[in-house]
Each structure stands twice: as C-alpha cells, then as structure tokens.
Design a protein around this ligand. Structure first.
Ligand code: ADP
Length: 210
C-alpha cells in the first residue's frame, strides 16, 4: 500500500505520516526531512539547498526525485510507503509513477488534508516560536503557500482523474484526522493488512470469564 499525504505546508502531513508508520508498518518518505537531514550533516547537497529552502522555494525536481529513488531502492521489502511532501510538481508525480511501476507497484491512495490559510499561518507561527524552523517565518511561508497553489495544487486533477484522491478535514484535532484517514484507507480496501490490537485478558478476567 502506497499512500500520498497531500496538502499545503503545515497541514499536518508529517504528524499523520508518523501515526501511519506506527499503526501500519509503512515507511515514511519525507523529502523535507531528508533535505533537512542533509543540511544538518553539512553535505554538499545540504549546502546547495539551504538558501532555497529558507526562502520557501522548491528544490529542483532532479534532487528530490533522486532522494526518493534512493529510498525506494534501499527498501525492497517495504510493505509500502507514505509519501509526505512529495510529489510537489507534476514532473515529480510522473517520476514517482515510473519508479513505482519499476517495482510492480503503484500509488494506491492520495489523501488531501484540507486546512484553511488562516489556520496554516497560525500553525507555522506557533512552530516558528517553538522550533525556530527558518522557513516558518511569515515571508517564507507566504512563498511556500504561493508555490503550493501554483505548482503542487496542479496534482489534484492528476490524481482525482485516476480516482485516487480523497479529501479529509485537516482542521479537526489530530486524532479525528487520523480516524478519518484510517476510514479512507480501510474503505479503499488498502488497509487490509492492519492488524487489530490484540487485547490480552488479565488473569482475573480470564478466571471469571470477563
Ligand atoms: P512543509 O510541507 O511544511 O512546507 P517540508 O518539510 O515538506 O515542509 O519541506 C520543506 C522545504 O523543503 C520546502 O519548502 C522545499 O524547499 C523543500 N522540499 C521538500 N520537499 C520537496 C519537493 N518534493 N520538491 C521540492 N522541494 C521540496
């Protein structure tokens, strides 16, 4: 099962991806996290992308596609992937389809987290204060949102025409969003490998049949 978590910056994609990793044993592939890791370890790639990211612009398709390709190649036995922050352009979406088809798999479900712009701004403002992520400042955020609307939103018709897109209310609280995501995945028949938690009865419960 391969899932794309889709939505504007700060929509909650990373938060939901981490929950899906824990619940379904999928591998999260976040290009934003990969690029931040490259920066933190001071690689050439990290140095190259730092300014672009801080401005809120998109890193080139070639770079992010190569990062994703490497991860798909490195995880041949994955049960599936959760793509978070990728694809962001039509070229990236086409490259992803090609990469997955080489491994006899495909994108199964695209979940769009819908959050209005004011709420997004409130979230990044809070994150900026708490975590100090440079691109969470109001100017960079404006650029990120602009890029999302101009380039990434073009992917909505790309996936809806394939019948893969479902919208979820991303304004709800984290657990409610997770529940809505789970409902979509289970309904699509893609959640069949979710194992229900085994509730072990305690000694007295077993003894008294409760
Ligand atoms: P968010 O979704 O909160 O905006 P991310 O952590 O996904 O943040 O991405 C941070 C930055 O990393 C982006 O603003 C961009 O500069 C770069 N980036 C991440 N993923 C991609 C991608 N798929 N294509 C181009 N640039 C990307």
């Amino acid at each position: 099962m391969n899932i794309i978590l889709f939505g504007p910056p700060a929509a909650g994609k990373g938060t939901q991806a981490k929950k899906l990793v824990a619940e379904r044993g999928l591998i999260q592939l976040s290009t934003g996290d990969m690029l931040r890791a490259a920066r933190a370890s001071g690689t050439e790639l990290g140095k190259k992308v730092a300014g672009i990211m801080d401005r809120g612009d998109l890193v080139s398709d070639d770079i992010v596609i190569a990062l994703i390709e490497e991860q798909i190649e490195n995880n041949p036995n994955a049960k599936g992937f959760i793509f978070d922050g990728f694809p962001r352009t039509v070229a990236q979406a086409e490259a992803l389809d090609l990469l997955l088809s080489k491994h006899n798999t495909k994108v199964n479900s695209v979940i769009r987290l819908c959050v209005d712009d004011e709420a997004l701004l409130a979230r990044v403002t809070k994150r900026f204060e708490e975590e100090g992520r440079k691109d969470d400042n109001p100017e960079s955020f404006k650029v990120r949102l602009g890029n999302y609307n101009a380039q990434t939103a073009q992917l909505l018709p790309y996936y809806s025409s394939q019948g893969k897109l479902t919208e979820v209310d991303g304004m709800a609280n984290i657990d409610a969003v997770s529940a809505a995501v789970a409902k979509v995945l289970n309904k699509n028949g893609n959640g069949a490998d979710v194992t229900a938690p085994v509730v072990k009865k305690g000694f007295f419960a077993r003894l008294f049949g409760r």
